[in-house]
Design a protein around this ligand. Structure first.
Ligand SMILES: C[S@@+](CC[C@H](N)C(=O)[O-])C[C@H]1O[C@@H](n2cnc3c(N)ncnc32)[C@H](O)[C@@H]1O
Length: 312
């Protein structure tokens, strides 16, 4: 059977991924054929509200409520599946409706990654308690270019809830997720725990404090850390410091920094600081930054940084 031009299972799979990631622009036009009979509603229900991952890692009930309301509104001449109403009632009883898991996959479902996130952009005075677009782009790029991380030791700056660290943990030898905000560090540790990541740890690293050289790393990664021009110098200084090591004589250490360019001036400040601090920058082709979870029109940039090769 086909829905539009795609086989039914493919469409159901896409709807499932959109639901699990709490997609705000759920493609109801694709879901509509599944709402025509109770039998096909059952299929959609099992792939969304009753998905085994969503049972294990409950989504924010505010999202579930909105999703079910839209489901009911979409159904015109057919009955709504009884279980859908039951799930709606269950979602009404949650004490913290704005907090719940988001579940992502970047390899077509071989690995799922669950992160407990807030719906709000900013919560407890930090933007780190939810996953940002540049992080999703970098998760996909890292998965598609997994050879880069093989047998490497990785350090993440400004890790937020820890999705990127969790994804890269499957690709690398060892990863350390760092941030400076207490609630964010706890959330990142929770992500490592619930996803059974055994080669990752969480540690405090504040860009505004001097940090020590680290002889035990190969790659630095960071997503969506360029948002405030006043902390850009400290951020670049930290990246430079982490790229420097007396043991890294051939300058093979690299940093991959992925950013959503919301404000061109802020991003320019970052690029200027990179050249002022003498780092070499290579921009990764942005056509390689596609990901099923990205919808907005914001520009996403990924750059690779290295210490400038010494001049002879
Ligand atoms: C927009 S969030 C991005 C979180 C995550 N990387 C993502 O993309 O989903 C920015 C992160 O940078 C962290 N951060 C901000 N200033 C920092 C500083 N001075 N030192 C370390 N981390 C900082 C915040 O706590 C937050 O987790």
């Amino acid at each position: 059977m086909l829905v539009g031009d795609s086989p039914i299972d493919e469409v159901l799979e896409e709807l499932s991924l959109m639901y699990l990631s709490n997609c705000k622009v759920f493609p109801w036009h694709k879901a509509k054929p599944f709402l025509l009979t109770l039998g096909s509603q059952h299929k959609l229900y099992d792939k969304t509200v009753r998905h085994p991952m969503a049972m294990k890692f409950p989504l924010a009930s505010a999202f579930v409520k909105t999703f079910i309301k839209s489901w009911i509104n979409q159904v015109e001449d057919c009955e709504v599946l009884e279980e859908v109403y039951e799930s709606f009632s269950a979602a009404l009883t949650h004490i913290e409706p704005q907090i719940g898991y988001k579940i992502y996959t970047f390899d077509g479902g071989s690995h799922y990654h669950a992160t407990k996130e807030t719906v709000a952009m900013c919560s407890k005075g930090t933007t780190g308690l939810r996953t940002w677009q540049a992080c999703l782009a970098l998760c996909q790029w890292a998965t598609d270019n997994n050879h880069i991380f093989k047998h490497k030791k990785v350090l993440e700056l400004g890790c937020g809830v820890g999705l990127l660290g969790c994804v890269i943990s499957h690709l690398c030898d060892k990863i350390t997720l760092t941030d400076y905000h207490n609630s964010v560090l706890k959330a990142a540790q929770h992500t490592l725990d619930v996803n059974s990541v055994s080669n990752g740890n969480v540690s405090v690293l504040d860009w505004s404090r001097s940090c020590v050289e680290d002889d035990n790393l190969d790659i630095v990664v960071a997503a969506d850390v360029v948002f405030d021009p006043t902390i850009v110098p400290d951020l670049v200084k930290t990246i430079k410091n982490k790229l420097s090591s007396s043991k890294d004589t051939d300058g093979s250490r690299v940093a991959y920094i992925c950013s959503t360019v919301r404000n061109k001036d802020t991003y320019s400040t970052f690029l200027n600081e990179i050249s002022e601090q003498g780092l070499t920058k290579t921009e990764i082709d942005s056509s390689k930054l596609k990901c099923i979870y990205l919808f907005g029109t914001d520009t996403i940039k990924l750059i690779k940084l290295q210490l400038k090769p010494p001049v002879d």
